[in-house]
Design a protein around this ligand. Structure first.
Ligand SMILES: [Zn+2]
Length: 182
């Protein structure tokens, strides 16, 4: 993250997050939030994966998808449906919440969208390929409300399997899933 970007994020954090000492919680946008160390999150996911196998990745993707639909719609309601503005807000929010740095590499919503991810909280070299997780699903949910059709997201590249960076690729769903949406 650039220094200017880091300052912006810290400034927004200070504006956004208040401490309610009496209730013992942090509040942002009127709701309770909490801070989690990256290791704690990784450990939870590892335990989930050990106990439930790949199903845990499906659940993380689904949780991201649902939150992406809600958050994406909220952003569209606030600033309008301009894809460039919506993407800037969403990717800034993902970085500001600690998920990593997200950059648009290719953006042709009728065919394919490619997002490069640096410093993903789920990926470390040699840790293994994480496949499907929260931010991957989150962006699929955002694209769904933005372009009014469902998307299938894949993590095509991952530093966990020794690629130089992580890269998410999205395709519009065809056939039955797309028909259901209309
Ligand atoms: Zn990855």
């Amino acid at each position: 993250m650039s220094e200017a970007r880091a300052r912006f994020v810290m400034q927004r954090m200070r504006e956004l997050v208040t401490v309610d000492q009496e209730a013992g919680c942090l509040i942002a946008r009127g709701r309770r939030i909490f801070l989690l160390r990256d290791r704690t999150l990784q450990q939870l996911v590892t335990i989930g994966s050990d106990m439930f196998g790949p199903a845990v990745w499906g659940a993380l993707y689904e949780a991201g998808l649902r939150s992406g639909r809600i958050f994406g719609q909220r952003v569209i309601d606030q600033i309008g449906p301009d894809p460039g503005l919506v993407m800037a807000e969403i990717l800034g929010s993902l970085a500001g919440s600690g998920w990593g740095v997200f950059r648009v590499i290719y953006f042709e919503p009728r065919h394919r969208i490619v997002i490069r991810v640096l410093n993903s909280v789920f990926a470390e070299p040699g840790r293994g390929y994480t496949q499907r997780h929260f931010p991957l699903g989150h962006l699929a949910g955002v694209f769904e409300v933005l372009f009014k059709r469902p998307y299938r997201g894949e993590e095509a590249l991952c530093i966990g399997k020794n690629d130089p960076f992580c890269e998410f690729v999205y395709y519009p769903e065809e056939g039955e899933k797309a028909a259901q949406y209309q």
